[in-house]
Ligand binder design. Structure first.
Ligand SMILES: [Zn+2]
Ligand SMILES: [Zn+2]
Length: 240
């Protein structure tokens, strides 16, 4: 900020203080509303970059302030909580949540980025929050559900159904999945989808890790497997 801008700003603030001091309660209420509307309009007019810059500035300012003054942090949190409660009382919970959702979606990208950054910077806190929110089992299921959908085009229902059909055992070696440290592997035909993920059409079943790897090593087709079987049998007969 240049010197003249700084001076202008100070004069403006002085003038506002005088106005505030002279104002009646009704006028103060009006000034408050005006200020709120001005701030809202200004916030709405920011570009994405300006918004990020403002948020970064505010984060730094808050970190500095709260490190030196924990009381300020408590106060600011209480004030935010009071604002929320006032809004809920004013609008009703339904409307409040609706506005909150709209607000979230208006800046969805930035909000997602912020959540991601928070998780990256506070992995322990984020995990603790997840545990509190989901519980370990629910969390495991939700991760599994995302993985199934994203990598194999399948649902949790498919997974549960298949696991039940296979009696909780690997479809090849028949060992119980409960004996493994890691969960069952979703097996797919790598002749259809060569990578680690499936198009959703070529998923075959659930295997233990070693059977799944073995199938892949044998090229996923019947020829080499049949040939391997012939080979093993031939040497079996010879030993007898
Ligand atoms: Zn197996
Ligand atoms: Zn496929």
């Amino acid at each position: 900020m240049s010197d003249s801008e700084q001076k202008y700003r100070e004069a403006w603030q002085r003038r506002n203080r005088v106005r505030w001091a002279k104002a009646t309660p009704e006028q103060r209420e009006k000034l408050r509303t005006e200020k709120r509307e001005w701030a809202r309009a200004k916030a709405a007019s920011l570009t994405q970059e300006e918004r990020e810059e403002r948020n970064r500035y505010h984060r730094e300012w808050a970190a500095k302030k709260y490190a030196s003054d924990p009381e300020a942090r408590r106060k600011s949190r209480e004030a935010a909580q009071a604002r929320r409660e006032r809004l809920i009382a004013e609008l009703g919970r339904e409307k409040y949540l609706e506005l909150k959702r709209e607000d979230y979606h208006r800046n969805r990208e930035a909000n997602l980025a912020r959540a991601k950054r928070y998780r990256r910077e506070n992995p322990e806190k984020a995990k603790a929050a997840d545990r509190k929110r989901y519980g370990a089992e629910k969390r495991r299921r939700s991760i599994l559900s995302r993985k199934l959908a994203k990598r194999f085009g399948q649902s949790l229902e498919w997974y549960d159904r298949t696991l039940k059909k296979q009696g909780g055992k690997c479809a090849i070696c028949q060992r119980d999945f409960s004996g493994f440290k890691v969960g069952p592997a979703v097996d797919h035909d790598r002749n259809c989808c060569p990578g680690s993920d499936s198009c959703g059409q070529c998923v075959r079943g659930l295997l233990c890790g070693s059977c799944n790897t073995a199938l892949g090593r044998f090229g996923d087709g019947p020829e080499r497997l049949r040939s391997a079987l012939r080979y093993v049998n031939k040497h079996l007969r010879r030993r007898k």
